[in-house]
Design a protein around this ligand. Structure first.
Ligand SMILES: [Zn+2]
Length: 232
C-alpha cells in the first residue's frame, strides 16, 4: 500500500471515530433527565427532608416531656415525702411542680401539632414518591434504547481506537505528524478522496495534471482546500 493510501485508510478510520464520538456525545446528552422529572425528584427530596424534620421535632418534644415528667415526679415525691418541713421550701416545690405542669401542657400541644405535621408530611412524601416512580419508569422506557446505543458506541469506539493505534504504528512518523496537523487545520479531514477529477473534500475540480500524479501515487495537495488527495 502506498503511503498516501495508508493515510487515506487512517483518515477513514478517524472519520468514523469522530462520527461515533459525536454521536456518543449526543446520546449522553439525550439521556439527561428532562426538567419535569428533575422537578419531581426535587419534590420527593424536599418531602423526605420535611418528614424527617417533623419526626425529629416530635421525638425531641416527646423526650422533653418525658424529662419534665421525671422532674415533676421527683419534686412531688419530695413534696409528699414528709421530709421537707420548711414552709418556704414547700411553697417553692409547689410552684416548681405547677410551672412544670404548665410547660408540659405547652409541649403537649406542640406534640399534637407535630403529629399532624408528620402525618401531612407522610402524605406528601407518599404522593411525591409515587409520582416520581411513575415518571422514572416512563423515562426509562423512553430512553432505554439510548443506553443500549451508548454501550454499543463505547464498545465500537474502543475497537476502532485499537485498530487506529495498530495502523498508525505502521506509518512513517513524519507523515503521521503532517497528517495530524492537517487534520487539525482542515476540520478533521487531512486526506480527501479524488473521484475522477473532483476533490471530495471541497468539491472543486482538480487539474488533469494533478489527477495523473495522484494516480501515479504521488503526494498531491488539492488547490482548493489544501488536503492530500487519494484516488477512490
Ligand atoms: Zn479539496
Amino acid at each position: 500500500m502506498s503511503y498516501i493510501h495508508q493515510l487515506f485508510q487512517l483518515q477513514k478510520l478517524d472519520t468514523e471515530i469522530d462520527e461515533k464520538k459525536k454521536r456518543l456525545g449526543e446520546v449522553l446528552k439525550a439521556q439527561k433527565e428532562p426538567p419535569a422529572l428533575l422537578a419531581m425528584r426535587k419534590r420527593a427530596e424536599t418531602a423526605a427532608i420535611e418528614l424527617q424534620k417533623w419526626q425529629t421535632n416530635h421525638q425531641d418534644l416527646t423526650l422533653e416531656v418525658g424529662s419534665l415528667s421525671t422532674k415533676a415526679k421527683n419534686s412531688e415525691d419530695r413534696l409528699y415525702s414528709g421530709k421537707v418541713t420548711n414552709p418556704k421550701e414547700l411553697a417553692d416545690l409547689q410552684q416548681e411542680i405547677e410551672a412544670l405542669a404548665r410547660r408540659k401542657a405547652v409541649l403537649e400541644d406542640a406534640i399534637v401539632e407535630a403529629l399532624v405535621m408528620v402525618e401531612e408530611a407522610e402524605k406528601e412524601k407518599t404522593a411525591a414518591d409515587s409520582e416520581l416512580e411513575t415518571a422514572v419508569t416512563q423515562w426509562e422506557a423512553q430512553s432505554g434504547h439510548l443506553k443500549t446505543e451508548q454501550n454499543e458506541l463505547a464498545l465500537n469506539l474502543h475497537k476502532l481506537m485499537q485498530t487506529r493505534k495498530t495502523r498508525a504504528a505502521t506509518i512513517d512518523a513524519a507523515a503521521l505528524r503532517e497528517y495530524d496537523e492537517l487534520r487539525q487545520q482542515r476540520n478533521g479531514l487531512a486526506v480527501a478522496g479524488l473521484r475522477v477529477n473532483m476533490c471530495l473534500g471541497c468539491q472543486t475540480t482538480v487539474s488533469a495534471n494533478k489527477v495523473r500524479e495522484v494516480d501515479e501515487g504521488h503526494k498531491v495537495y488539492c488547490g482548493g482546500c489544501g488536503r492530500l488527495l487519494a484516488a477512490v
